[in-house]
Design a protein around this ligand. Structure first.
Ligand code: HAM
Length: 417
């Protein structure tokens, strides 16, 4: 039997309840913060990711699904959403239509990582980007929105971590300091970090190997090297977060796995997911739009992994809301004819309705209704047919009453299902 590809998951109907809930809740929050949805292709030209994410990152070095199409063009399944959103933003000149553009995207991303709990090769992100504003008030607003998204979804046991990676100027200076410090401790670093030292030294700060962690604890931190502008930007952000009563911690070792970030970066972490501890992650990328050939437009954004949110909700024992189901049971050919029309009318009135297609015994029909978790069963037998009545059975309370056929719609409407 053919099975799914490793790291690629089927999301079955029971699980979809969680997904729908997360997506619906997020869309409502996005709306209240003025975001609009964008849908872009899953495949992009490989160059787009090389030029945005950075050639010396894990994503580009090892994790991209890159193929040649029939004409030999190199194309890649998107490993993240930001690059494609900017490509679309520039291609359609969205910046000429409004000075600040707030977009969100929900969809699958692909990374050839080692699959484990909370880490898959096809996974889904809810991604949001604000293009066109560099002031730290926007950074604060984004973090408030992230908090509200998680609160509204029902995830509260998390920590917001922030950092600043400075601008090209001050980060360059810091990287020089960092390299010279790490050169002196090179023997204590793992082989991966020794290799990274010359190509992407910031990533060393993220290494989980014990020996490296010891060295990193003593390394210079970027926050001590920020230029005045970057330092003010970061301290203004912290002031706003204080005013907005948003708890956070500063983690000067947070560097993120993509190269495009400048100034503010952030992650929302949890202790509940083992090593895949980031639920939400993002930051500012003020140079990226220009580097891709666009105007000098600052931007900031984040993405959260839907699978990780689902794991957290399940861990909490959360039960997603399910639209109550009405089951229509009938006894005998004539009653069944009546039932068919009743089902049609109820569905037209937007109730969620199932019926029995065969002519099974009432017992068998009630058994199926129970299996489907029906809240009410409407029963039409020969007597009811003759008296223009319907029996309505409350499955939870296990009681039933008879009502006139003509009142059934109003009766159910009053139940507010
Ligand atoms: P990222 O940190 O690579 O950032 O991913 C963001 C989130 O996607 C993670 O915190 C996690 O919840 C989820 N995620 C990432 N990889 C996987 C995986 N293999 N399996 C399951 N979930 C995963 C970005 O992608 C940036 N584009 C975020 C951003 C938007 N920055 C600015 N704008």
């Amino acid at each position: 039997m053919i099975k799914a590809i490793r790291g690629f998951n089927d999301i079955l109907p029971d699980e979809i309840k969680f997904w729908e809930y997360i997506i619906d809740t997020s869309k409502k929050v996005f709306k209240s913060f003025g975001y609009k949805e964008i849908i872009i292709p899953i495949l992009e030209k490989t160059d787009l990711f090389l030029r945005t994410i950075g050639e010396a990152t894990d994503i580009v070095e090892k994790e991209m699904y890159t193929f040649s199409d029939k004409k030999g063009n190199s194309i890649t399944l998107r490993p993240e959403a930001t690059a494609g959103i900017i490509r679309a933003y520039l291609e359609h000149n969205l910046y000429t239509k409004e000075t600040i553009t707030k977009l969100y995207l929900i969809g699958p991303m692909f990374r050839y990582e080692r699959p484990q709990k909370g880490r898959y090769r096809q996974f889904y992100q809810i991604d949001a980007e604000v293009l066109g504003e560099e002031r730290p008030l926007v950074d604060a607003e984004i973090l408030v929105m992230v908090r509200q998204l998680l609160n509204n979804i029902g995830i509260d046991d998390v920590q917001i971590e922030i950092n600043s990676l400075g601008c090209k100027k001050c980060r360059g200076l810091y990287i020089k300091k960092l390299i010279s410090f790490l050169e002196g401790r090179k023997d204590e670093l793992c082989s991966d970090c020794r290799r990274r030292l010359n190509i992407n030294p910031l990533r060393i700060l993220d290494c989980k190997v014990e020996g490296c962690r010891k060295v990193i604890q003593e390394a210079p931190i970027i926050l001590d090297y920020l230029c005045n502008e970057c330092s003010n930007h970061f301290s203004d952000l912290k002031t706003y977060l204080g005013q907005l009563e948003l708890p956070f911690i500063v983690n000067p070792l947070m560097v993120r796995g993509l190269d495009y970030y400048t100034r503010t970066t952030f992650e929302v972490t949890t202790k509940k997911l083992g090593s895949q501890n980031a639920v939400v992650a993002g930051g500012r990328y003020d140079n990226l739009i220009k580097e891709l050939g666009g105007p000098d437009i600052p931007a900031i954004g984040f993405a959260m992994g839907i699978e990780r949110l689902v794991l957290l909700l399940k861990e909490k024992g959360f039960k997603p809301y399910i639209t109550p189901l009405i089951f229509v049971a009938s006894l005998g050919e004539d009653a069944k004819k009546e039932a068919i029309n009743l089902v049609k009318n109820l569905r037209e009135a937007s109730f969620s309705v199932e019926m029995d297609y065969s002519l099974k015994s009432l017992k068998a029909q009630l058994k199926r209704a129970d299996k489907l978790n029906a809240k009410y069963v409407l029963i039409i037998g020969e007597d009811e047919l003759a008296n223009e009545e319907i029996i309505i059975r409350d499955m939870e309370k296990a009681n039933q009453e008879k009502i006139k056929k003509d009142y059934i719609l109003n009766y159910l409407k009053e139940k507010n299902l």
